[in-house]
Structures are given as C-alpha cells and as structure tokens.
Design a protein around this ligand. Structure first.
Ligand SMILES: [Zn+2]
Ligand SMILES: [Zn+2]
Length: 248
C-alpha cells in the first residue's frame, strides 16, 4: 500500500494511490491540498507530504473538486487538527455535507456485480471508504475565479460529474487540475487516456461533456485528473480525446 508522488509541473505534485489521486501545490513553504483520497488513504496523504519534504502542519488550505467519498476522505481530520479552510463550489456544499447525495447508488453497483472488474474494485473501495460516510462541516463556498490560497488557483466550474464539480487552473504553473471532469485511467474503464468517468458515476453526463468545452481554451502543458496518470499535453487535446473516447 503506497502512494506515488510526481512533480508534474513546478510545485504541482500529483499524489497517486491505487484508486484515486490528490494534488499538493507548493508556494514557498505553504501547501494547498486539492482533494484527499478515501478515508482509508489518510496515512498516504501524510506520506505524500513527507515525500515532498513537508508535513500536514505546512498545509494552508484544502480545495475540493467535488464531494465524493474518494476525494474528501481526510478533509474533516485535517480541518479539525490543523484549523484549515476547506473550499468548495457553492453548488457542491450540499453534496459534501451529505444533505443531498450525488453519487452512484449501492443498488446500481450491486446490479453490476456480475462484472468481475466491478467485484474486485468494489471489494477494494468498500474497505477504503470505511463504515461511516464522511460528512464535511465548516465549508467555505466559492463560485468562480482566482482563489486566495497558495498557488493562486483559478476555479473553473465544470458541473456534470456532480452539480458543483470544479476544476482548478494554475496559469503560473501551466497546470490544469480536473478532478473527475475527465480521467485517464480507472479500474472500471476499458481503455486508458483522457475520457469521461463511466456514465453511472455522473449526475449528468451530457452536462459533463458540455463542461469540457470550458477547459478547452485554458493554457496548460499538463492536465491532472483524479483518476489515472497526468496527461502531458494541452487541455484542448485532452478534451478532444475525452470526447472521442466517451460515447454519448
Ligand atoms: Zn467523483
Ligand atoms: Zn473520483
């Protein structure tokens, strides 16, 4: 059980566990954490900070692309212990708090258990998710635009995967963090490379496709997803590939 940390752009560290990833953006001695894996990834979040010579005490803020359990696992713990601001799009607050759940239902997954890949994946992620769903408190909502946290990310709303899903553009670093707006590899995907998540994971797949258009014109050399390796290329190329690979 480990985590791989790769500096994909200056001060942009992509930390990948087996099923999901998060990003550490360094700015001098400060660090912004973008997403945080499953609850079962907590030791790996700490290990990823250690891998870049930092500790959880160096964190200044947590940003969330969205409120799914595989992205918010360590948030409450880190917020409480280190008194961190946790920022999420205003339309994602209800999902992150567990007041309006937007995620694939257990009934849907149970109907798919005949698929060996689903069975193996589900066995893994149920363990990582833990018994109690994580519910976030004390969220600081944003709408769009530049956020005043280390790395000065620009919030670009990309709804569809969830209602308030947001990507973060780091223009100074030439990086675009896309969360689950698109991914490049997943245990349940039949191919690798930029693509949408399988439709049953999305609140509104048509909207998720439309949201990719918002990423197209952004200037970046690397696109960093929540699942799969970083894509070294422009958002335009990543989006074109994602639309090609993801049938309507
Ligand atoms: Zn998600
Ligand atoms: Zn995810």
């Amino acid at each position: 059980m480990r985590v791989d940390v790769v500096e994909v752009a200056p001060g942009v560290h992509h930390a990948r566990a087996k099923h999901v990833s998060w990003v550490l953006v360094t700015d001098g001695t400060d660090v912004t954490l973008v997403d945080s894996g499953y609850p079962g990834d907590r030791a790996r979040v700490a290990a990823s900070l250690e891998a870049i010579g930092r500790s959880p005490a160096d964190l200044s803020a947590i940003l969330l692309t969205h409120g799914h359990p595989d992205h918010i696992g360590s948030v409450e713990h880190l917020r409480r212990v280190h008194r961190l601001p946790v920022r999420v799009h205003e339309r994602e607050v209800a999902n992150a708090r567990g007041q309006r759940i937007e995620q694939v239902s257990e009934a849907t997954l149970l109907r798919m258990l005949w698929r060996p890949d689903v069975m193996v994946w589900l066995f893994d992620v149920l363990r990582l998710k833990g018994a109690r769903p994580e519910r976030l408190r004390d969220l600081e909502p944003f709408t769009a635009g530049r956020l005043d946290v280390p790395g000065a990310p620009v919030a670009v709303p990309t709804p569809g995967h969830t209602s308030g899903h947001t990507s973060f553009h780091l223009p100074d670093r030439g990086a675009l963090l896309v969360g689950d707006a698109l991914m490049t590899g997943h245990a349940l995907a039949r191919q690798s490379g930029p693509q949408l998540l399988p439709a049953f994971f999305n609140t509104d797949t048509a909207q998720a496709r439309a949201s990719l258009e918002r990423l197209r014109g952004l200037a970046a050399e690397v696109v960093v997803p929540g699942h799969g390796p970083a894509f070294h290329g422009s958002p335009d190329v990543a989006v074109r590939q994602a639309l090609d690979r993801s049938p309507r």
